[in-house]
Write a new protein. Sequence first.
Length: 175
Amino acid sequence: MLSPMKRLPLLLALVAMILTMGACKTTEANYRAAYENAKLKQQESTGLDSTIYGRIRSQAMTSQLVVGSDSLPLKREYVGYPADGGSSRENLLRYNVVVGQFKQVFNARQMRQRLIDSGYESAMIVNTREPLYYVIAVTAATPEEALAAWQRVTADKNIVLRSPLPFILQPARYR
């Protein structure tokens, strides 16, 4: 048996060891803060979101469609045709006025139905590789038709447009 004087240093050493082990414990908050800091630094260095979606967005060619003295934002992307979206390779023309973009196809279908009820009979949905679901109000074969459709859409108070909408979508199959 150890005397009380010999037990005290052992007891103090044990208490110090326990306190030290508890103080070094990493918390979820520390991990999250480090992760967010690293992600922010990566975004600043690349200028884009580091996810696959960021790379897809960067590949979408964005330019301007010049019609006379007017200039409209033009995006060229590969698109697909979701079920019940009203679109197909045959009825999607070269210039398409996009008035909505959604992550959920359900929301895109609701907006498409509201457009049809408001007189946009050719309203349709296409999807990108992300996938984003674009709601197209009007599809046009020529830049002049696209400009007229653009003006009609922007003047229509029944359509709520938030930046970057509306824009002209040109399916990547057209060059």
